[in-house]
Design a protein around this ligand. Structure first.
Ligand code: DLZ
Length: 153
């Protein structure tokens, strides 16, 4: 089964990357960030060309993405967050609004944005997607380079 992500022959050496990562559930988001950066380095992205912006929770991600688009010279933005369903409606409202805001910023601007926000029903589901053996951050890093390349062509 293909996940659609291209893993080989990606050259990220000329790209500047902005990563907006939320601290909420940081045991998950730190792991996503680490693997995402490893995927970027594998494509030749230089450490100095990666700018990481921390925000309190996923809800704050679109605000910073919007600022980056307007103010920074960046080729691709990666959003990393981890929403885990609780007892109230918070999860539904934040997941829905953040997802729609990121999509709107993506299609309204000439810069690709990678949607790396886990929306999990349990903490275990989030752990399973941010572990050593299986980590979605890696795929999102590769997807970012593929999309940055697309913008340049
Ligand atoms: C409030 C809240 C809750 C309940 N759950 C999460 C979550 O699972 N993941 C996440 O990234 N953020 C959560 N937040 C925080 C909101 O995203 C936001 O930071 C606050 O509501 C302040 O605007």
């Amino acid at each position: 089964m293909s996940k659609g992500i291209v893993f080989d022959k990606l050259d990220g050496s000329s790209f500047r990357i902005g990563i907006v990562v939320s601290r909420w559930n940081n045991h998950i988001t730190d792991a996503l960030l680490g693997r995402c950066k490893e995927a970027l380095f594998e494509t030749g992205v230089e450490e100095k060309n990666i700018s990481v912006y921390q925000v309190p929770g996923a809800f704050e991600i679109p605000f910073v993405v919007s600022k980056l688009i307007r103010e920074k010279n960046i080729d691709v933005i990666i959003c990393l967050g981890s929403l885990i369903k609780g007892e109230t409606m918070h999860f539904e409202y934040i997941a829905d609004s953040v997802t729609k805001a990121i999509m709107r910023l993506n299609i309204d601007n000439d810069i690709p944005i990678i949607y790396g926000v886990l929306t999990c029903l349990t903490e275990q589901q989030a752990i399973d997607r941010s572990s050593e053996s299986k980590n979605s951050g890696y795929e999102w890093g590769k997807a970012a380079i593929e999309m940055a390349k697309m913008l340049k062509h």
